[in-house]
Design a protein around this ligand. Structure first.
Ligand code: 8YV
Length: 318
């Protein structure tokens, strides 16, 4: 008998076909209140799960007695209760590496868009406001030759450092749990304490995973340490930042601007105070969202799923 798996996110047909060669698949393009009862029904007999973002905790696991493997189609796995999964002997996997370049492209784009006020300028032209040569009230700030501080120098952070250093002649500072020799050697990155990084950087880019140790790691104190001309970029998870403190810092001129791909609550509420600020550029969590990369992520997730259910060690076991 084939193992039963639930795919709870829209994936390419190629991915489904690959899984179906060895598994019985219950497919939910997306989970909602309508299909929730069916999902719970399938969960009772499921051996594997594939998707991203679903909170997989004790409560869910209690309803999945057959489960052997949980495969995230994301590099981040803050939605998984790893301790609870380990205690139950259930494997968990993620999809590192395949998204590095795409996420780094997005973050560099967000940084440029924020520094040069690109969305604001776009609206200015489109709304017919360009009536004469522009004055300095529309100027941005330079990116090239500035100091970029990266908090969380993992694979994505390193890929951002590469672009920033080789492409924009930026000087790279970083703070991380461990030293990153590759970033130091290839991209001239200098390791420093968090406080030093905050004080010296023109751009502060947050790329750390969300863990109990990084939750709310950037708050009032940290914004106060930053330069008044600093631009804050968040490509990690919303919860790594105290959003109220960020709003205050942007309103009071404690920092210059922010570019955000992530929010505490996603989708962000339309009346969120961050959205009404001129000096905020936002994206709807699109770091890895290209056709090519999302296909690679789904396929890698599926590879992990199939390997785990065939008794092999999945390549990206957490
Ligand atoms: C998306 C991400 O959240 O991989 C991650 O950790 O943040 C993003 O790529 C995810 O892949 C959504 O499907």
């Amino acid at each position: 008998m084939k193992p039963k798996v639930i795919v709870y996110k829209k994936v390419d047909q190629k991915v489904l076909d690959f899984i179906k060669t060895t598994c019985d698949v219950a497919y939910f393009e997306k989970l909602d209140s309508k299909n929730h009862p069916k999902f719970l029904h399938e969960l009772k007999n499921a051996h594997g799960l594939l998707g991203s973002g679903l909170k997989i905790d004790k409560e869910l696991l209690d309803q999945a007695p057959q489960l052997k493997i949980v495969c995230n189609t994301s590099v981040g796995y803050d939605n998984l209760d790893i301790e609870e999964l380990s205690a139950r002997g259930i494997m968990a996997t993620n999809t590192p590496e395949v998204l590095n370049d795409t996420v780094a492209d997005t973050l560099i784009g967000l940084l440029l868009a924020t520094a040069r006020r690109i969305p604001e300028m776009h609206n200015f032209v489109k709304n017919g406001k360009w009536k004469s040569m522009i004055g300095e009230e529309l100027f941005g700030v330079d990116v090239h030759h500035k100091v970029l501080g990266i908090i969380g120098m993992g694979a994505v952070g390193t890929t951002i450092a590469k672009r920033a250093h080789l492409g924009f002649d930026m000087q790279i500072l970083y703070h991380n749990r461990s030293r990153n020799e590759q970033a130091e050697k290839l991209y001239g990155a200098t390791y420093c304490s968090l406080d030093e990084l905050l004080k010296q950087s023109d751009y502060v880019c947050l790329m750390t995973p969300l863990t109990p140790a990084t939750e709310n790691m950037i708050g009032k104190r940290e914004f106060e340490l930053m330069k008044e001309t600093a631009i804050f970029i968040n490509g990690s998870r919303g919860k790594t930042v105290d959003e109220e403190a960020l709003v205050d810092a942007l309103n009071s001129g404690q920092i210059l601007a922010a570019g955000l791909d992530v929010f505490v609550e996603e989708p962000v509420q339309p009346d969120h105070p961050l959205l009404s600020l001129e000096n905020v550029v936002t994206l709807p969590h699109i770091g890895s969202a290209t056709y090519e990369t999302r296909l690679k992520m789904a396929m890698l997730g599926a590879t992990n799923l199939v390997a785990g259910l065939q008794g092999q060690t999945p390549p990206n076991l957490i």
